[in-house]
Design a protein around this ligand. Structure first.
Ligand code: NAD
Length: 478
């Protein structure tokens, strides 16, 4: 079996203990053994990033840009192979995997440009004869902690801006998907960065993630993952005044109004709720539907679900791959029982299904006759499970949509400009979609949420620099 090591101070470094990377479409298919870093190795990686920062912070923006461009070019050239690896270890379909790898390449190329565009301001002082400059500097060594559901795109959208603006990195990928992380690290290791500027260490959150949070040499933590872990990151970082940024869960609403284009609304619901097996923080898990169109909408979604092809992620024609692992499947099944116990009606799906390979396959589930007090509408399930909440009118739809602790993404299907405009203004979410699925975003504009979904400056696009740089104000009396 192939064995993969961690990247510390420019050296590939092994360990005695390994994580076994298993294909969720076929548990007989082992992708590889990945060295589980130790606490001592995490400290070595931090020290490497700390030492390398002294020079890298002064590196030329041309050099940084060239490195990021080379990484982006290689990812794009190898997108099919990387997409296949991603689909094999995470379970999203091959086209989704290739799409994600493509996005990772585009992100590196975008930040290759951003590295050249870092700018400041020159202002007049209120005191005669004094010049004022405002400029941005790198933050320092940054810990990047990522979840399993976007194994290459999320690392890319954190690592690329960190390096572009002169920071060094210790990257801890999710333990379920070390394959894509390793492949990305291997590409980065050949891009011309000095040793120690980029380090990767694989391991469990409690063993490898926690030391990164508490180490004084780490000046900032960029985290994406669950709300529960986000709270641990926040407590550790705020306790020692380290900068931190959290992207966490969602319970994203899709409002469907009577005046919508019904086929488009059904497509938005099915795409948003079930594609990528519903394992997207931006998935539409609450379908909030006006009464007059409710029955027609529900029937069309039910028919659409029954037509979906759930199978091995790499098989031709598969639309929905497996659930990522046994634990997540158990969680999804538990929520199906919770929903039924709360009085929701399970219209279709929810059960596990057999395919020709042993995998974690589940038929996408639709609950109807639900309300916004039910746990299935309040807690993030993170699987192919959605519920319909029937409402009387637009005002009730907005009230129900906002009745959540989350605020990541939200959508509306309507042909009314007035309703669309009110929705964009009144919905409590960081990303809002009109007549488009709640999941599916561009790589060159900000990404992030409100309320319990996010904390700190936005990720991606030009706004990423707000987290990855420190602003300094200089006064000069020439
Ligand atoms: P998770 O919180 O279990 O793990 C995320 C990362 O944190 C992993 O690398 C894990 O090893 C690490 N970790 C766990 N415990 C830690 C600790 N004590 N200290 C430091 N690090 C620790 O999340 P997950 O199950 O991998 O991902 C699913 C979650 O991610 C969902 O809630 C989903 O909504 C969220 N997510 C959010 C976004 C977003 O941008 N808002 C995007 C994708 C996923």
């Amino acid at each position: 079996m192939d064995k993969f090591q961690n990247l510390i101070a420019g050296q590939w470094t092994g360990s005695d203990d390994h994580l076994i990377n298993i294909n969720p479409s076929d548990t007989n298919d082992i992708i590889g053994e990945y060295a589980k870093g130790t606490a001592a190795q995490a400290s070595d990686a931090i020290e490497a990033a700390h030492q390398a920062f002294a020079d890298w912070r002064h590196s030329s923006i041309q050099h940084r840009s060239d490195c990021l461009d080379a990484i982006g070019n290689e990812i794009l050239a190898r997108k099919d192979e990387l997409g296949r690896l991603l689909a094999r270890e995470e379970g999203k379909t091959l086209p989704e995997g290739i799409g994600e790898a493509t996005r990772a390449g585009q992100i590196f190329k975008f930040f290759a440009g951003e590295a050249l565009r870092i700018a400041g301001e020159t202002l007049q002082s209120v005191r005669p004869g004094i010049d004022v400059e405002v400029f941005r500097q790198p933050v320092g060594p940054i810990a990047i902690i990522t979840p399993w559901n976007f194994p290459i795109a999320i690392p890319a959208w954190k690592i690329a801006p960190a390096l572009a603006f002169g920071n060094t990195v210790v990257f801890k990928p999710a333990e379920l998907v070390p394959g894509s992380a390793w492949a990305l690290a291997e590409i980065i290791s050949r891009a011309g960065l000095p040793n120690g500027v980029f380090n990767m260490i694989i391991g469990e959150g409690a063993e490898i993630g926690e030391p990164l949070l508490h180490d004084q040499r780490i000046k900032a933590v960029s985290f994406t993952g669950s709300t529960k872990t986000g709270a641990i990151v926040a407590e550790a970082c705020s306790g020692r005044n380290a900068r931190y940024q959290l992207e966490m869960g969602g319970k994203n609403p899709l409002i469907v109004l009577n005046d919508c284009d019904l086929d488009n609304a059904v497509n938005c619901a099915i795409q948003g709720a079930y594609f990528s097996t519903g394992q997207r923080c931006t998935a539409s898990s609450r379908l909030i539907v006006e009464a007059k169109i409710h029955d027609q909408f529900v029937e069309k979604v039910r028919l659409g679900i029954d037509d979906l092809i759930v199978d091995h992620a790499l098989a031709d024609g598969t639309q929905i791959g497996p659930v990522v692992d046994h634990a997540q499947l158990e969680k999804n099944l538990r929520y199906i029982e919770i929903g039924k116990g709360e009085g929701a009606q399970l219209l279709t799906g929810g059960e596990t299904i057999e395919r020709s390979t042993p995998g974690f396959f589940q038929k996408p589930a639709l609950f109807v006759a639900t309300d916004d007090t039910m746990r299935i509408n309040r807690e993030e399930i993170f699987g192919p499970v959605a519920s319909v909440i029937k409402v009387d009118d637009f005002d009730q739809a907005i009230a129900v949509a906002n009745n959540t602790s989350f605020g990541l993404s939200a959508g509306i299907c309507t042909n009314s400009l007035r309703s669309a405009s009110r929705f964009k203004s009144e919905i409590e979410a960081g990303m809002v979609m009109v007549n488009a699925p709640t999941a599916g975003v561009d790589y060159h504009v900000p990404f992030g949420g409100t309320k319990g979904s996010s904390f700190g400056p936005r990720e991606q696009g030009g706004y990423a620099k707000d987290f990855y740089t420190v602003v300094k104000t200089a006064y000069t009396n020439p």
